[in-house]
Ligand binder design. Sequence first.
Ligand code: SAM
Length: 177
Amino acid sequence: MEIIVFRLGHRLPRDERITTHVCLVARTFGASSIYYSGQKDHSLEKSVSSVVENWGGDFSISHEPSPLKRLKALKKSGFSLVHLTMFGIPVEEQKSALSGLGNAVVIVGGEKVPPEIYELSDYNIAVGSQPHSEVAALAICLDRIMEGKELEREFDSNFKGKIYLEPSEKGKTIKRK
Ligand code: SAM
């Protein structure tokens, strides 16, 4: 199973922090890469690459100037398209579809999402039918796709970074390889 996250319509400076958080959640919760459209952001790419270099994992970030074209190609190559939108079908009603998906692209919006994305997507999923955050919606959707495995200690050991944490009841333990 390969999971790709697609962040639509990145805007500078407004989305600097939130797109970084989308990337961090994507990496930590099981995606292997992220595409983002909108404005190209060298600083975003640099900070995500620096996290990967230190904390490990096989995660990459790429800017995509033609999101629809890329999404159509991914769909053609067998990826299911899961679009997160408050207007969609509640995630709890799609739980069984999400847990058996196989290769998937999880799409999060930013500025107004064009209607073609709703049409092209195999699933339009709502994480609660209220407006909130792409970061929260992505985390919950990835958790459902991964069936909770991304929170297990064994999953975390796959990152094999230069630095890693040793969980502790109190305090902070960072280890270096
Ligand atoms: N249109 C506003 C704007 O321009 O800032 C808000 C966009 S909203 C914060 C950004 C993205 O968060 C949405 O496109 C969607 O992917 C995700 N999102 C927000 N609420 C959601 C919900 N209840 N369920 C699923 N996704 C949600």
